[in-house]
Design a binder for this molecule. Structure first.
Ligand code: ADE
Length: 419
């Protein structure tokens, strides 16, 4: 018998259809799932996952279960759970699942504990919460862990800081470092789903707006490109001179956030850092400015400070709150400053999560194959996994590519041939 805590099991029927829809858009994960069903590489393992509870995640959980693992899942963000998917996983697929959209902080951590109560041997994090709680509160369980996968840039930053301080007590695998993850999920996934979240939350026209993107990592690059595609005038803010230069040569305007604050209509943070937009910046913004965050944590915009300086707060639409300041000017914050793409929309399309979660599934297998041989540091999957996933994706798309001839291979590996 599985255990679960979900919002409403009556939503299962709807959720099951959406999971099936997603499955059709995840060909690479499906192939891995078929292989896992035959070979059962994860037999005997318990996998604890703290991920966004979406259609894509559902299909990952089913692939891991097909591989023979016992799986327990909780949400990695209180606002990103799709309750119908959680219900279907509990009722139709017998998964141990603890996730309710809008859960309070106490419930959020109770759900993390419920997953850890299953004594996982491998953890899957998106943002590092499972591994963080294990290190902070449940240290005895650390010796049961073979390794821990991390999905996102923010989580990898945390893990690297832990490794640097010799505080990391398990091997960690940065799934985010796979090319078939960050170059597609972070760029095209965040690019599209962030715009999707903003539009669902506001129904505004992007054409002609000043659209400020804070951060020009892979997520920022994708978002800036997509916003430009919708006709917005995109301004980029950065702290890294190389990335700033890249943004300029990609055709965007670059300036400090304090300057952008005055001219922007829409602001989106995608940095993975805190206090990127401070109350001081917010104060300078135009009446009606819209603020959203698509980085993992809701720490990028100083919303607490904004709350403190607000004379009236109104919920204008399900994911859009209006804050009226003392001078009567208004600011609009989307999805409470949490990941706008998951809280106001459905996250990245399943087609892109196909590759991210193919990496997650193969990362579990890789950890098991290297059990006992790894140090407590941050690893990444070998290039061969990227090649395999990319080749399978191309095949599913019906795209052929060329092969090096023997002569070309020899040329590339020699140094004698000159001009
Ligand atoms: N992160 C971003 N989009 C996601 C999705 N659709 N499913 C799971 N995690 C995600």
């Amino acid at each position: 018998m599985n255990s679960y805590d979900v919002a409403d099991i009556k939503k299962a029927k709807e959720g099951k259809l959406k999971i099936e829809w997603a499955e059709k858009h995840m060909p690479v994960l499906n192939l891995i799932r078929e292989e896992f069903s035959r070979t059962k590489p994860l037999k005997g393992l318990t996998i604890g996952a703290c991920l966004h509870v979406t259609t894509a995640t559902a299909n990952l959980m089913l692939a891991l279960t097909a591989g023979g693992a016992r799986v327990a899942l909780c949400a990695c963000n209180p606002l990103s759970t799709q309750d119908d998917i959680a219900a279907s996983l509990a009722v139709d697929f017998g998964l141990n699942i603890y996730a309710i959209r809008g859960e309070d902080n106490k419930t959020y951590y109770r759900h993390i504990d419920a997953v850890l109560d299953m004594h996982p041997n491998i953890t899957l994090d998106d943002g590092g919460d499972l591994i963080f709680i294990l290190h902070k509160k449940r240290t005895k369980q650390l010796r049961e862990i073979i390794g821990s996968n991390e999905e996102t840039t923010t989580g990898v930053i945390r893990l690297k800081a832990m490794a640097r301080d010799n505080a990391l007590k398990v091997p960690a695998l940065a799934v985010n470092y796979s090319k078939t993850k960050h170059m597609f999920d972070n760029r095209y996934g965040t690019g599209q789903s962030t715009i999707d979240g903003i539009l669902r939350a506001t129904n505004i026209l992007l054409a002609g707006k000043k659209f400020v993107v804070a951060g020009y990592g892979w997520c920022g690059r994708g978002l800036a490109a997509r916003a430009r595609g919708m006709g917005a005038h995109v301004v980029v803010t950065e702290v890294d001179p190389v990335k700033a230069l890249e943004a300029i040569m990609d055709g965007f305007e670059v300036m400090p956030i304090a300057k952008a604050a005055v001219i922007g209509d829409i602001f989106v943070t995608v940095t993975g850092n805190k206090s990127v937009i401070t109350y001081n910046h917010i104060k300078k913004m135009k009446d009606g400015a819209i603020l959203a965050n698509s980085g993992h944590f809701n720490a990028e915009i100083e919303i607490e400070q904004l709350e403190k300086n607000t004379v009236r707060k109104r919920k204008m639409r399900p994911s859009a709150d209006e804050f009226t300041l003392k001078d009567k000017s208004r600011r609009y914050v989307l999805a409470e400053g949490r990941l706008v793409n998951l809280a106001a929309a459905e996250g990245h399309p399943d087609e892109v999560m196909d590759m991210s979660f193919a990496n997650q599934a193969l990362a579990c297998q890789w950890l098991l194959e290297h059990k006992g041989k790894l140090e407590n540091r941050v690893y990444q999957l070998p290039d061969s996994v990227d090649w395999r996933i990319a080749s399978l994706k191309l095949k599913a798309m019906g795209v052929g590519i060329d092969k090096l001839t023997a002569e070309q291979q020899k040329y590339l590996s020699s140094w004698q041939e000159g001009t």
